[in-house]
Design a binder for this molecule. Structure first.
Ligand SMILES: [Zn+2]
Length: 147
């Protein structure tokens, strides 16, 4: 299989410009605690590519303002990994007891492919040498943490 890497074009179907056509739902999306996301941003933001656009809300009802952070993969020379975070504007709700507005951002993690590595011939995991590619999309997932 050819070595696959991801580009912005791979994300285009999921990031709308506000009109038609509607974006496709974010693939393999799961909710993330907003505070957990902030920690991930603080630790790995330097390996994320910011992209702004409209993504479909989790209930699929309509596109919503979203700041995306596309993850780079340090093992691949900082090419895009096909994964990322999406932070959508969620407005908020008024809490009667607290007498204030509670903001409700929608934070999701998503992945075009849920990568699973298949080790290539010559792999030597005991020495930290783990060449191989994703069995679904072919992305190079070689890890060399060897000595
Ligand atoms: Zn994959």
């Amino acid at each position: 299989m050819d070595r696959k890497s991801y580009t912005l074009d791979d994300f285009a179907p999921f990031i709308g410009k506000g009109g038609r056509p509607l974006p496709a739902p974010l693939p393999n999306a799961e909710d993330v605690d907003p505070l957990e996301f902030l920690n991930a941003l603080a630790a790995g933001g330097h390996m994320m590519e910011p992209v702004w656009g409209y993504t479909l809300l989790p209930d699929g009802s309509r596109p919503q303002w979203t700041q995306l952070f596309l993850s780079h993969d340090a093992n691949m020379g900082f090419e895009l990994s096909g994964r990322g975070y999406a932070v959508s504007y969620g407005g908020g709700r008024y809490d009667q007891e607290l007498r204030k507005n509670i903001p409700a951002p929608i934070v999701r993690r998503f992945a075009i492919c849920k990568h699973e590595q298949v080790l290539a011939a010559g792999a030597n995991p005991d020495r930290g040498w783990r060449p191989g590619a994703c069995k679904h999309c072919g992305m190079d997932m070689t890890i060399d943490s060897g000595d």
